[in-house]
Each structure stands twice: as structure tokens, then as C-alpha cells.
Design a protein around this ligand. Structure first.
Ligand code: NZQ
Ligand code: ZN
Length: 386
């Protein structure tokens, strides 16, 4: 196992009715900006619960953070933060609202020019200060509620870039599984697939004798495989919703990735498909992961065989046959959840592969746990998924 340092200060309030405790977590002296997305919180009663809990507080609101939150919209929110002298940001929504809020929190205290540099500067910008923020999560998927990462898109340049800093870890996150009840099928599927692939990015690499991390990762994968279809079938199954929600948080709160190699190539390539074609984040992962497993079958062999055996019970056949079966079961799971796994479904052709290949060549992008997935390997992975 590798050395590591791990600190996760995010306070979690989990369960039915926890939104009513919001006022215990926020000082009445603060000026709060509630940040939300396209309006789902008005339809499912989450907004009403938040407002009730914050009765008597000084609250301003900013809506309209879009899925795959954009720099352009976040900069409008930043104007409100400055104009209203906001002390605390409260994100109410899915991963996009949470990520947008993290960027706004960092941008509010950024003093070196255009905050886009936080995401794009060649020499990494270390974000050491940000406005404090809390979250009320309404979509289990990204783990953003318990980590310090954010992914922001820029419409004008068709880019989707990420940054990470302990400074943007939420002070608290409220996870009420009842918020899952109003999710459309597609977002349930997205959430399950995104969480599943987060685990795979930290698990499907090479062994470093870390059996506890492996078994925690496998526990999350098995739980998602069991609970995902249940919640898709019956949205009001509280226990399935709770298990889904906690699995998604555990998949990317940093814990299972400590002391082990991490991949993240599927995400790095997937972000480009969102940037060029607007495909939902999780849907890009369902396309790319099987390609990564296939093209990287030699370097990942030991872990793919372990995954096949422990998750899908695949014990028979040559290593290559077992790897083929493990990929097939993974694809089948994504498709059973209703998530397509081929580029052709979205009409994406070789010309997009060339664009991504050229962009990675220009940026000298190297992905994967061995840092050896360059633009050529990226082409092979995507060509595998046409
Ligand atoms: O905008 P509203 O009206 O709220 O509707 C949203 C949106 O249309 C809707 N929704 C959310 N909660 C709902 C609901 N509809 C009904 N009932 C509810 N309870 O769902 C739609 C999608 O929401 P979004 O927030 O975009 O989805 P998700 O949580 O999957 O977030 C995706 C974003 O997170 C990034 C992705 O790249 C993408 O931009 N990620 C962030 C990560 C992180 N911070 O660690 C890691 C991930 O790998 C990922 O990259
Ligand atoms: Zn993801």
C-alpha cells in the first residue's frame, strides 16, 4: 500500500427530514446565497423545506445553474455574491449545482485575474481560500457533496475542465434519500453508473496489496448492482434510495482511493464527449469504460480478473475469455439501467475521435494509472466504442 494523508471534514446529515436541521449549521448573522439549477427543487418540495428551515435568515437566491455547469453562468452568480456581500453559499441540487457553487466559492476570493485560470492555467493554480459553503443534495451520483472537486464547462470554447481543493469541501452536506423520489429514470441510471465508474477508477488498476480498499470498493459495486435496479423499478423504495445515496457518496469521498493507484482515464476522455456533444456525464462513462477495459486489458489484467470473479462470479476460461466476459457483464449492467454504451447511439463518428486526439496531443495529455494513455491510446479506446 502507498503512503497517504487523508482528511475529510465534511459533516454529513443523512436521512429523512434532515433538511429541517439546516438552521443548526448556518449562523443567523451570515448573508446566504441559495444556488440552484433549473427548477426541480420547486416541484419536489425541496425548496419549500429549505426556505422553512431558514425562516428569519438573510437569504438571496440564484437559479439557473445548468447540467454541466458553465463558467458563463457561474460568473453571473459571482456578481450577485459581490453585490450582496454574501458570506455563505448554499447549493441545493445535483452535482452540477454543487460543482458550480464550488467554483463560485473559489472565484469569490480569487485575486489574480480571471477565475477561469483556476481551471485552465498550465501551471496548476492552488486554491487556498474560498467562501464557506454547504449543500442539500438532490441527486446521488457525483460524490461532490463530500469531496473538494468541481468540473466546469466553458461554452465559448467547448471545454470541460476540473479543479480540486480542500478549500471547497462543503462545511456540511444534507443527504435526504426522499429527494430521490422525484428523479427521472435517466438521472437514476446516471447516478448509479457515475458512482459505479468512480469506484472502478480507483479499483481497476493494479494490485498494491490493499485488500481493505479492494473490498470496500467491491462492497460499493455490489451494493449499486443490487440497489440500482430496485430504485429504477420503485422510486419510493426508501431503503433502496438510502443505500443508493450513501453508496454514491462513499464512491467518491476519497476513502477507497487512499493508498492505491488511481486511473481516471474514463473520466478524462468522457469529459471531452460532453464538451463536444453535450452527452450526460455518466452516459459518457458507460461508453468509455468498456473501451478502457478492452484496450488496457494487459496492464489491468490482475484486477479485471479479480473484478470478474468477485463481482460477477466469472471463474472459468482463459484470462482473455474471462476479461471478455467481465467487459460484457459491465456493458450489460449499464444497458439494463437504461444507459447506452456505444458512440453510434449519439451519432458520434470518427471525426470527433480525431478532434479529441488532436486536443490531447496539443495538451500533451497523459491519462491512466501508469500515465501512459496518450492521444494515440485514446483514439484506440474510442474507436473500440464506435
Ligand atoms: O437543474 P434541475 O432543475 O435541478 O434538474 C436537474 C438536472 O436537470 C435534475 N435533478 C436533480 N435532482 C433532481 C432532479 N430532477 C428531479 N428530482 C431531483 N431530485 O437532474 C438533472 C441533472 O442534474 P446534474 O446536477 O447535472 O447531475 P449530476 O448530479 O449527475 O451532476 C453531473 C455533473 O457533475 C460533474 C459532471 O461532470 C457533471 O458536470 N461531476 C462532478 C464530480 C465531482 N464534483 O466530484 C465528479 C463526477 O465525476 C462528475 O464529473
Ligand atoms: Zn463521474
Amino acid at each position: 500500500m502507498y503512503n497517504f494523508e487523508y482528511k475529510n471534514p465534511v459533516k454529513i446529515l443523512f436521512g429523512k427530514g434532515q433538511i429541517s436541521k439546516l438552521n443548526n449549521e448556518i449562523s443567523p448573522d451570515w448573508k446566504i446565497l441559495i444556488i440552484y439549477g433549473g427548477g426541480s427543487i420547486f416541484k419536489n418540495g425541496v425548496y419549500a423545506q429549505v426556505k422553512k428551515a431558514l425562516e428569519g435568515y438573510q437569504v438571496t437566491e440564484f437559479g439557473g445553474i445548468e447540467p454541466n455547469p458553465t463558467y458563463e453562468t457561474c460568473m453571473k452568480a459571482l456578481d450577485v455574491v459581490k453585490k450582496e456581500n454574501i458570506d455563505f453559499l448554499l447549493a441545493v441540487g445535483g452535482g452540477s449545482v454543487l460543482d458550480g457553487t464550488k467554483f463560485i466559492a473559489a472565484a469569490a476570493l480569487y485575486e489574480n485575474g480571471d477565475p477561469w485560470q483556476i481551471l485552465s492555467a498550465e501551471e496548476e493554480v492552488r486554491v487556498t481560500r474560498a467562501l464557506p459553503m454547504g449543500t442539500v443534495l438532490t441527486l446521488p451520483a457525483t460524490g461532490s457533496e463530500m469531496n473538494g472537486n468541481a468540473v466546469i464547462s466553458r461554452t465559448s470554447t467547448q471545454e470541460k475542465l476540473s479543479f480540486g481543493s480542500p478549500a471547497v469541501m462543503p462545511v456540511f452536506s444534507i443527504l435526504d434519500p426522499e429527494t430521490v423520489y422525484s428523479l427521472p429514470d435517466r438521472q437514476v441510471a446516471n447516478g448509479v453508473v457515475d458512482a459505479f465508474v468512480h469506484v472502478m477508477e480507483q479499483y481497476l488498476t493494479f494490485p498494491v496489496n490493499a485488500p481493505l480498499q479492494d473490498r470496500m470498493a467491491e462492497g460499493i459495486l455490489l451494493t449499486l448492482i443490487e440497489e440500482g435496479p430496485k430504485i429504477l423499478k420503485n422510486r419510493k423504495d426508501y431503503n433502496a434510495a438510502a443505500n443508493f445515496m450513501w453508496s454514491a457518496t462513499m464512491a467518491l469521498n476519497g476513502l477507497i482511493g487512499q493508498g492505491v493507484p488511481q486511473d481516471w482515464a474514463t473520466h478524462g476522455i468522457g469529459h471531452e464527449l460532453t464538451a463536444f456533444h453535450g452527452i450526460d456525464h455518466a452516459r459518457t462513462l458507460a461508453i468509455v469504460l468498456p473501451g478502457v477495459m478492452n484496450v488496457r486489458r494487459k496492464v489491468k489484467e490482475k484486477k479485471i480478473l479479480q473484478y470478474g470473479e468477485r463481482i460477477w462470479g466469472i471463474c472459468e476460461g482463459t484470462p482473455d475469455e474471462r476479461i471478455d466476459k467481465a467487459i460484457a457483464r459491465t456493458v450489460e449492467f449499464f444497458e439494463t439501467m437504461g444507459t447506452p454504451t456505444r458512440l453510434s447511439y449519439y451519432g458520434v463518428t470518427d471525426s470527433t475521435i480525431s478532434k479529441i486526439e488532436n486536443r490531447f496531443a496539443l495538451r500533451n495529455t497523459l491519462l491512466g494509472e501508469q500515465n501512459d494513455i496518450d492521444h494515440r491510446v485514446t483514439r484506440a479506446i474510442l474507436a473500440d466504442r464506435l
